[in-house]
Design a protein around this ligand. Structure first.
Ligand SMILES: [Zn+2]
Length: 459
């Protein structure tokens, strides 16, 4: 079936003819695909990143181990040079396990929670107060007089009709819910986890405090426990008190690094193609989909070129970005250094949507550039990864965003199917076992294919 499809694609290309030598290109892309699917190291690299290091939040011991791992793996994968680029990163620590339970009944099962990233802790005294359930920010504003001295529970549900868009919609409560409630005198917030999953795992992630209001503690609650709490509150006429104990704190910034591996271009060494994912991860799981997958896929692009003896015309730079999750310091630092050195960045690609089956790319570039990219579309049909979307200007990913802002660098964001991504994202379930080898490797195939085309023809 797959083979027939491929032969049909070749015949079609031969008959129709195109502006580019697509016959030659489809042969090369098939070689890339065969090499990665047969001999790819991305899956094993992901295993070692997840199982020997695990979580690697900015400033944690895991982050430093992962940095050394990155240099080693890039070198072993054939980089001409691998190095660390220093940047300061935030250093937030979770502290000991959080507790949220009923103050009025010690027999009630405690709720499953996790502090949100960057959140202040309650300290050992904790917060004891009644809980007010709020469905959304409109309701918060309407009931602002009832919020003072309470714990606000945002029970905003993930819109399952929207897939990834459901995340963008619900994440507002995680990122700005604390300050919005603090404005009205709330003591702490509990946020329904931003996930489509039906389990009880809390999902952490960054919050941003508005400096005008007190920095109150904030936690995520597992989806099942969000329902249990909501059911209890609906029947509770006495507004009974609950205890919240969290121990997180923000320490002074510390040193971190982007990890970079390069192959020097043979014809246009000054033209740089950046391919990357972020090396940091949240702490409950192993950062397998987010973003170990993007890290090992990016490294695989470099490895496959070396393995096939393909020497790129332009300089290929693999960047394992620092601190995407709670600061974006790595992406900003990479752009600043590029600016200081007056580098020429023609293209940047990011994989930060998990390791599921690739479907295509988000293309953030000029209309002329996109017309060229679109002419390569049929080369991606054989992988069912020819869904290209276009945003004039930006729109490829967080870490490569600063490059776009500084140099108008063309952006490619890998788009995986994403059906399961937000089940695992920032939760204890984001582990190696939940990534599938072939799906992960297919992502690396289409990334390498696109990089090959841009390298060969320019943009
Ligand atoms: Zn990510």
């Amino acid at each position: 079936m797959y083979k027939n499809k491929f032969i049909a694609a070749i015949i079609l290309l031969f008959i129709s003819g195109t502006a580019f030598s697509q016959n030659e290109d489809s042969v090369m892309i098939k070689k890339i695909s065969d090499e990665i699917l047969q001999n790819g190291t991305a899956y094993n690299n992901l295993r070692s990143l997840c199982k020997t290091i695990g979580q690697r939040l900015s400033g944690s011991p895991g982050m430093y181990k992962a940095e050394d791992w990155g240099v080693k793996v890039l070198t072993a994968s054939g980089a001409d040079k691998s190095y660390k680029q220093q940047c300061m990163v935030p250093h937030w620590v979770r502290g000991k396990k959080e507790v949220f339970n009923a103050a009025f009944n010690t027999k009630m099962k405690p709720f499953s929670i996790l502090s949100l990233g960057n959140a202040a802790g309650t300290g050992s005294k904790g917060v004891t107060a009644s809980v007010i359930e709020i469905k959304n920010f409109d309701e918060l504003n309407k009931r602002k007089d009832e919020v003072k001295g309470k714990i606000v529970f945002y029970n905003y549900r993930y819109n399952k009709k929207l897939l990834g868009g459901g995340y963008g919609d619900a994440v507002r409560y995680r990122s700005s819910g604390a300050s919005n409630a603090a404005k009205y005198g709330a003591l702490a917030v509990i946020v329904r986890s931003v996930t489509a999953a039906n389990d009880n795992n809390p999902h952490t992630g960054a919050l941003r405090y508005n400096d005008s209001f007190p920095k109150i503690p904030a936690v995520a609650i597992g989806p099942n426990d969000a329902d249990r709490l909501s059911n209890f509150l609906a029947k509770d006429k006495f507004r009974l008190p609950f205890n919240l104990f969290t121990h997180s704190q923000m320490l002074p910034d510390t040193i971190g690094h982007n990890i970079i591996g390069e192959i020097k271009g043979s014809e246009f060494p000054d033209e740089i193609i950046t391919i990357g994912g972020h090396l940091d991860s949240w702490d409950p799981g192993e950062g397998a989909h987010d973003d170990g997958a993007g890290v090992v896929q990016s490294i695989e692009v470099l490895r496959v070129f070396k393995a096939l003896g393909y020497t790129p015309k332009r300089t290929i730079r693999i960047v394992l970005f620092a601190n995407e999750e709670n600061g974006l310091r790595g992406g900003n630092k990479y752009m600043e250094e590029a600016k200081a050195k007056n580098e020429k960045h023609i293209m940047a690609m990011e994989s930060d949507g998990g390791g599921e089956t690739p479907k295509g790319f988000s293309c953030g570039m000029t209309e002329e550039q996109y017309a060229k990219v679109k002419s390569w579309k049929n080369l991606f049909s054989m992988f069912d990864a020819d869904r290209f979307s276009f945003t004039k200007g930006g729109g490829g990913g967080a870490d490569i965003g600063p490059l776009q802002a500084a140099f108008k660098t063309a952006q490619f964001g890998l788009n995986p199917a994403g059906n399961r991504y937000f089940d695992y994202h920032h939760a204890a379930t984001d582990v190696f076992e939940n990534v599938h080898e072939r799906e992960l490797h297919m992502g690396a195939v289409v990334m390498a294919a696109m990089v090959y085309l841009v390298d060969k023809y320019g943009l």
